[in-house]
Design a binder for this molecule. Structure first.
Ligand code: GDP
Ligand code: MG
Length: 163
């Protein structure tokens, strides 16, 4: 079956916006995993003849608590279990945060490929904001703007190259 790409990242970094830009059509995957409304978080996508399914882990409601760090750890764990490629999305305007560092710490333990996307780089003037994210130890950060549809091609190239 198709490769699965999971998007992980703290609230408001732009996961849903990116998800909707990349995804083509909704897929209904019926599953009885508790707390997960699967048809809301899964989308079919296609890039250069590569078909894949995306999961927006931010759309998963973790019923245990609303604690952000706890939820993000759960997001990362689901991604590491279910995905073939993990897209870790951070906010290039807000800058590097401690929760980004906590998630990176978890993701550095997976053998699965992790792509680091720095969102909200809406103009070339903001591109220097990506450099601090090298500190996450997850390779080259890819600048992008989900709202302006900038650099999504480079991001998708990196994703399909990792399949
Ligand atoms: P999520 O919580 O990670 O799913 O984030 P959302 O996709 O809901 O976006 C949170 C906010 O960031 C919204 O107000 C979006 O319009 C905004 N946003 C998303 N992508 C970008 C971007 O590339 N640039 C800017 N400036 N804002 C963005
Ligand atoms: Mg969202």
């Amino acid at each position: 079956s198709k490769p699965i790409v999971a998007i992980v990242g703290r609230p408001n970094v732009g996961k849903s916006t990116l998800f909707n830009q990349i995804g083509k059509k909704r897929v209904s995957i019926v599953d009885d995993m508790p707390g997960v409304t699967r048809d809301r978080i899964y989308l079919d996508a296609e890039w250069l003849n590569h078909e894949f399914t995306m999961i927006d882990t931010g759309g998963i409601e973790f019923d245990e608590s609303n604690h952000i760090l706890k939820s993000m750890r759960s997001q990362a764990e689901i991604a590491m279990e279910e995905a073939d490629v993990i897209l870790f999305l951070v906010d290039g305007r807000a800058g590097l945060t401690t929760s980004d560092e906590e998630v990176a710490k978890i993701l550095r333990n997976t053998k699965k490929p992790v792509i680091l996307g720095v969102n909200k780089i809406d103009s070339p003037q903001l591109e220097m904001n990506i450099y601090e994210f090298y500190n996450l130890g997850l390779g080259d950060p890819i600048p992008l703007s989900a709202t302006n549809v900038m650099n999504l091609g480079d991001l998708l190239d990196a994703i399909v190259a990792a399949f």
